[in-house]
Design a protein around this ligand. Sequence first.
Ligand code: PAF
Length: 285
Amino acid sequence: MLTVKSVIAAQEIIKTWHLAHESIAFVPTMGNLHEGHLQLVKVAKTTAARVVVSIFVNPTQFGAGEDFENYPRTEQQDQEKLAEMDVDLVFLPSASEIYSSNAQTIVSVTGISEQYCGASRPGHFNGVATVVCKLFNIIQPTIALFGLKDFQQFFIIQRLVSDLNMPIQLIGVDTVRESSGLALSSRNAYLSAEEKNSAPLLYQALKTAQAAIFANSASYTDIEQHTLRFLQEAGFNPDYFAICRSHDLQRATQDDSELVLLIAARLGKTRLIDNLRFTKPTKLS
Ligand code: PAF
């Protein structure tokens, strides 16, 4: 496994692979790798001749007062895990390697980037879209893989790739969960022991809302309000809960069948997100 820190060094290696007509699967990460990331790498290895993983805690996707400074950085352990999985290349740039001081370009997928997580984290998805676009230009992958825990992020990257005619196939990989149902996330490390016990209630709230949708017993507005109340009573500070159509992330009506439930809530100082995608069975007449 090779590790490089400069854009030029990464591009030189990648050029030789392109000349040899080798396909490249790319897994962008912010490091602190857990089983969810390793699952992305596992799938990546089945899709292409070469696998590249980037580790870059992207400053532009963190807002003022967010956890950029404290975000867990475990580069040594991350590289050991990736070496064990026989990844071909780790790209580990510094912030100044990615962002020149006179940069003036921001990539923005408008509209959807201001909703849900974007509403409470202004500018977050512009930071994500900009860095992903830059990383795609550097690595020039055939395939790129993202975790579906960040469902809105994946949706935005799909739009970006389609709108900018990037010849990249995107693969969304299912969320890896603890046996409690809690979705794996680097931010789970911030939870106290007590918070760790209540954190799985976020996924439970999604499952309960799904059951209510299947039972057709309440309006979607009522289900949304009930879910937010449930979280508040369980000690969360909910950010949003939305019943959406999975193909465009707009609010679903009772007639829509392809749904995704999007949720975000704070538990103590930790902001957790999750989602549940499913098909609502059509009513038999
Ligand atoms: O999902 C993440 O870890 C980040 O948002 C990403 C896609 C690596 C961009 O910094």
